[in-house]
Design a protein. Structure first.
Length: 318
């Protein structure tokens, strides 16, 4: 596999049929929300390039303009019997009816448009059986799938995921996560390879960030799209180490459940504010606590994806 192969080009793929779905499958913490916001804001300009970015609506609660396609795809293709977390967050009562609405909308999009771009960071987290059902559904509709996943190196992902977890905790949507709780991306990479094989393209997030217009533009280029005419939504920058450590300690010292909405917003604002110091990273002691797992994940990435997806070191703040 050549993870840095040339971007998709219709001329270079003469065997492809008329129906194509560009499937952006994550991974997490690679500017996926910014990509979705960009595509939603530039649907007309994408149509000028021959690609439709569909928006969905939830038939039960009336939510419209759903641009994160994880929501319909994870709801439609769910064999586990356990509700997708968004369905629980929205407190949906009749998930099968919602799934049927999403499925009908997706079928109509495929029937009416030759090329669709679907983007959902949680696609990579789908059970293998559900991913296979998604693939079978699309291919059964006469669609050629062009799958892509953008991947952070293991340590970079860990630091970004920890910041995301802290923001969720400040919002009251989860517990404060230990800084040394390592979350592997390997199962997601292996699942995509299992289902899509050599068809799936992996883009190093470090390489995507080197694009003059940023990672959103880099992903669009991989699908043969021109980002130049688009109004791009920029990715969020990581928070400073000082601000992260301050909020993290306060969250531990105080009962976050008692925080008012204004207090929570103040904490979130602090996390979004740069102070000119170092960005968040682990200490040497914290790195040592997860070094074995970091090394193992890097070795697996080198074997499956190539060295360009691996960490060049584990920089610390001390």
């Amino acid at each position: 596999m050549d993870p840095t192969a040339d971007a998709f080009s219709p001329a270079a793929n003469p065997s492809m049929g008329n129906k194509i779905v560009f499937l952006h499958a994550g991974l997490h913490k690679t500017a996926t929300s910014s990509l979705q916001a960009t595509c939603k804001a530039n649907r007309a300009r994408l149509r000028e390039q021959g690609v439709r970015y569909p928006l969905f609506h939830c038939v039960e609660n009336g939510r419209r303009g759903i641009d994160n396609h994880s929501i319909p795809l994870r709801t439609i293709f769910n064999s586990s019997g356990k509700s997708y977390h968004i369905s629980e967050l929205w407190r949906l009562r009749d998930v099968p009816a919602v799934a049927a609405g999403y499925r009908q909308a997706l079928e109509e999009e495929i029937a009416q448009h030759a090329r669709l771009l679907l983007s959902g960071e949680d696609v990579c987290s789908m059970a293998i059986a559900d991913l296979r059902n998604l693939r079978a559904f699309l291919e059964g509709a006469g669609v050629e799938i062009v799958p892509l996943a953008c991947v952070r190196s293991p340590y970079s992902h860990h630091c970004s995921a920890i910041q995301h977890a802290l923001r969720r905790a400040v919002k009251g949507r989860g517990p404060r996560v230990a800084l040394t709780r390592f979350k592997s991306q390997l199962p997601k990479v292996e699942a995509l390879l299992d289902v899509f094989g050599d068809a799936v393209r992996f883009l190093p997030f470090r390489q995507a960030c080197a694009d003059p217009l940023g990672p959103v533009a880099a992903v669009l280029r991989q699908f043969g799209l021109d980002p130049e005419p688009l109004q791009l939504v920029r990715s969020n920058e990581g928070c400073s180490n000082d601000h992260f450590r301050q909020v993290w300690q306060e969250l531990d010292a105080e009962a976050a459940q008692s925080w008012t909405a204004d207090v929570r917003e103040d904490k979130l604002r602090l996390l979004r504010t740069a102070n000119g110091g170092a960005k968040f990273a682990l200490t040497s002691t914290e790195v040592d606590a997860i070094r074995e797992r970091l090394d193992a994940e890097n070795e697996a990435f080198e074997r499956l994806l190539g060295n360009v997806f691996c960490d060049q070191g584990y920089p610390t703040v001390d």
